[in-house]
Design a protein around this ligand. Structure first.
Ligand code: C5P
Length: 221
């Protein structure tokens, strides 16, 4: 954790998740993915710059903590779920940009998984489903805002809408595989209210700023 500060009046308490999770097979091997964490870190930076109190829950990534952001490092999806539940209790907004591993090995071996010297050329790993953090937390969210991400190919809009409903999110940010590990991305932000906003080939900082604006609705006239 670093540099937490008092929120300004009217500021929101925002929880952001970022990066991949790691699901260990044994002490030195794991299942993970290519997520760099850049999108989530950009969101955390933009929200803190707007004066929000930000808790950034990060999987294993090589990124500096943005100024004024409270950071919690986690490894597995189950660690992330526990950290999100704890932080969301006091929050107004959750933005789930982490690429959470869907599966984990059924057992983590205490020692290194050794090759057998019996000539076998195959091995198998039993996997069990990880909890869905977004869906779990959104169930009791009340009027708090929950934003998810969806990386889709094919009929992305339809899938992302279905995902938003299934998981109980207020908004889903739809992107494609070109966003992985890159500086720029094109996204469509879809809302439960039927809204659809396309942001084309912009830096992750610009997309982050647009998302943070979404969490600060304009006061009613
Ligand atoms: O189902 P899918 O992985 O495409 O959903 C993506 C969204 O759900 C992201 O916001 C991601 O952070 C979240 N998620 C989650 N827990 C999981 C898997 C995904 O919160 N186990």
């Amino acid at each position: 954790m670093s540099g937490a500060r008092r929120p300004k009046p009217g500021a929101r308490r925002v929880v952001v998740t970022a990066g991949p999770t790691r699901e260990h097979v044994d002490p030195v091997r794991f299942l993970s993915n290519e997520s760099s964490g850049r999108m989530g870190f950009a969101i955390a930076r933009a929200a803190a710059a707007r004066g929000d109190h930000v808790t950034l829950i990060a999987g294993p990534v090589h990124l500096e903590t943005p100024p004024g952001v409270e950071r919690v490092d986690v490894v597995s999806a189950r660690d992330m779920l526990a950290a999100v539940k704890a932080a969301f209790e006091r929050a107004d907004v959750l933005i789930m940009s982490a690429a959470v591993g869907d599966w984990r090995p059924a057992r983590k071996l205490a020692g290194k998984w050794r090759k057998k010297d019996d000539g076998s050329e195959t091995a198998s790993l039993e996997l069990v489903k990880n909890p869905d953090i977004l869906a779990t937390v959104a169930r009791d969210k009340g009027d708090r805002l929950v934003i998810g991400f969806a990386l889709e190919t094919g009929d992305g809009l339809r899938r992302a809408r279905a995902k938003m409903k299934r998981k109980g999110a207020d908004y889903v940010v739809l992107n494609d595989a070109s966003a992985l590990n890159s500086e720029r991305a094109s996204v469509t932000i879809i809302g439960r209210d039927g809204s659809e906003r396309r942001i084309d080939a912009r830096s992750k900082d610009e997309i982050a700023a647009a998302l943070v604006e979404l969490t600060h609705p304009a006061p009613a006239q």
